[in-house]
Design a protein around this ligand. Structure first.
Ligand code: HAS
Length: 543
């Protein structure tokens, strides 16, 4: 990666890791409060803390890390960024950073304890919404820079298959752009006017629907950069080849198509949406599982082909040949492994009847700590172990590599305690998002307490994991020995089929995407607007 492009990527990565520290600390305090053994000092509210945690980790850490990684990937595979694109990256970065500071300050001042989903009728200070708007606008500015860079490569190489990593970066950014239109509409048309006092009421159903139109693809915006590393980087790290370029591209195209029109699976218990539309979106949710299953198949194939090339025999002999001592492989691999139960949990959530059991319980919190906070985050850590030294011109020493292996184990153990306890407590009915309470000494709530203590133990282990990863990141950024570190980009296996050019036809895929969104959302929206309670202001006041 060109050194000036590297600086842009690093700026994003620094903010991401600062967010990890602050957000992780808030998480530790939360698990301690929920255990019933600790009370927050200095009048800090539980929901204030939970909002800091969700916003910093769910929105800030992820978005900054991803945009930094995407810029680095484009610079590596589609050529050095032009001055204009780099400038757009810096403008985007500053918009996002100023926006984050505004939002974080508002939360810390206790004026925006509305959680990361900022569901109406909870209302925050306008600065909270303005800050989030700046973050989104900043990401769009960076995104348009990325599109123009990719377009320039295509123009210079007519008819050629685009570099896989660059193709994946662009799909991830298109997904983000289309998804954020929903949250931008909710904030600009509903939340801001309402919190500024320009309108008196807000249409809750529409605001939640717009949020989940954004909120579900958001989780795939987190996942796809991890998949970029799995498909393209991991084969190179272990000395293997990419199983199939076409399969990898197809799975990304399927994510683009199916990750947006599925928001209703977060609203299955929401009144006001016709069950037929919920059913349609549940069917589409099951479609979005397919590219993950394709990814699992492809990763198994890569590992097995590699192991056999090293002389492995028997059904699972290849397993022993994998480079277990290399943290660049081990951390993402553990992420893959955890994604098996994590994904199974997602399939349970999406199944209508089972959703009635788990919705709004702490099971859901357990689900997303396995998905985003383990699968995705361990992969991001794995990326940091080569990307940071690649940019800073340093090397990961043997000692740091060992520490990174320990860090991964600590993370998996901490998460096993915390997330397993969350899943079990959820099945016993423990609500998510609640502080410690015995609910009037109810027998039911007493059953949750041992699990809440297990969560606190897991949370404390995880905080040690955060300290360890920060030690490694600071070392790689400032203190590790100087040297050259590779940006690993895998080559496609000779046995792979040729990539069909239809996969590069953006007009077709964006067209199908728009059609699917219109099918899934148009009539439900018309229904919501027509059936809005009298006097409620939202989109209906525009009609
Ligand atoms: Fe989810 C709620 C359904 C995936 C994140 N999800 C959430 C929330 C978050 C979240 C943050 O249908 C809470 C939002 C809130 O605050 O309310 N989720 C799914 C489904 C999937 C899924 C069907 N979720 C994710 C991912 C996330 C994420 C990914 C973050 C990154 N989720 C739901 C539903 C809800 C929900 C409902 C709402 C619940 C409610 O009622 O509120 C699927 O995409 C999962 C598919 C994945 C698989 C696994 C494939 C396995 C792979 C690994 C292969 C392993 C290898 C290693 C190669 C089927 C790819 C093998 C080696 C060996 C040796 C074995």
């Amino acid at each position: 990666v060109n050194s000036r492009d590297g600086k842009l990527a690093m700026a994003h990565i620094y903010v991401a890791f600062i967010a990890l520290f602050l957000g992780g600390f808030a998480g530790l305090l939360q698990t301690l409060v929920r255990s019933g053994e600790f009370t927050l000092p200095a009048g800090i509210g539980y929901y204030q803390l939970l909002t800091v945690h969700g916003v910093l980790l769910g929105l800030v850490l992820t978005t900054f890390f991803i945009i930094g990684f995407l810029f680095a990937s484009l610079s590596k595979t589609a050529g050095t960024l032009s001055d204009k694109v780099r400038l757009s990256g810096w403008i985007g970065f500053w918009f996002m950073t100023v926006g984050t500071s505004m939002t974080a300050t508002t939360i810390l001042l206790g004026k925006a304890s509305v959680l990361y989903t900022f569901y109406a009728p909870l209302m925050a200070h306008p600065a909270f919404y303005l800050g989030l708007t700046l973050v989104v606008v900043g990401s769009w500015i960076s995104g348009f820079g990325m599109f123009s860079h990719f377009g320039k490569w295509k123009k210079a190489n007519p008819g050629a298959v685009t570099p896989l990593l660059a193709f994946m970066a662009v799909i991830t950014m298109i997904l983000w752009l289309v998804a954020t239109l929903g949250v931008a509409a909710a904030v600009l048309i509903q939340f801001l006017p309402w919190s500024l006092g320009l309108v008196e009421t807000i249409d809750v159903l529409i605001s939640r629907t717009l949020f989940w139109y954004f909120g579900h693809p958001l989780v795939y915006f987190w996942l796809l950069p991890a998949y970029m590393a799995w498909y393209v980087v991991i084969p190179k790290v272990i000395g293997a080849k990419i199983f199939s370029d076409a399969l990898a591209r197809l799975s990304f195209v399927l994510f683009l198509l199916f990750s947006i029109p599925v928001g209703f699976h977060h609203q299955l218990t929401e009144p006001g949406i016709d069950p037929a539309w919920k059913f349609l979106q549940v069917v589409l949710t099951f479609m979005v599982i397919i590219p993950s299953l394709m990814t699992a198949f492809s990763m198994f194939a890569t590992f097995e082909m590699y192991g056999r090339s090293k002389g492995a025999t028997g059904l699972f002999g290849w397993f022993r040949k994998l480079p277990w001592g290399d943290a660049r492989f081990f951390a993402p691999f553990m992420g893959m492994l955890i994604f098996i139960p994590a994904g199974a949990g997602g399939v349970i959530n999406a199944s209508h009847q089972m959703n009635q059991v788990v919705h709004n319980t702490i099971w859901v919190t357990g689900h997303f700590h396995l998905t985003v906070a383990t699968t995705v985050l361990l992969t991001f850590f794995g990326i940091a172990y080569w990307l940071i030294p690649h940019i800073t011109g340093r090397v990961l020493t043997k000692a740091m590599n060992k520490l990174a292996i320990v860090q991964t184990i600590v993370w998996v153990v901490g998460m096993a305690f915390m997330s397993t306890a969350m899943h079990f407590a959820g099945l016993l009915g423990a609500p998510r998002r609640s502080s410690f309470s015995t609910y009037g000494d109810s027998a039911q709530a007493a059953e949750w307490i041992p699990y809440q203590i297990a969560q606190a133990i897991g949370g404390s282990i995880l905080f040690i994991g955060i300290i360890l990863v920060l030690v490694i990141v600071i070392n790689l950024a400032f203190f590790a020995p100087k040297g050259e570190t590779e940006f690993p980009v895998g080559e496609v296996a000779d046995t792979a089929e040729r990539t069909p050019m239809i996969l590069e036809n953006w007009k077709v895929w964006v067209g199908v995407l728009v059609a699917l969104i219109l099918i899934a959302y148009t009539i439900p929206f018309i229904d919501m607007i027509q059936n809005a309670p009298p006097g409620s202001k939202g989109f209906n006041n525009l009609l």
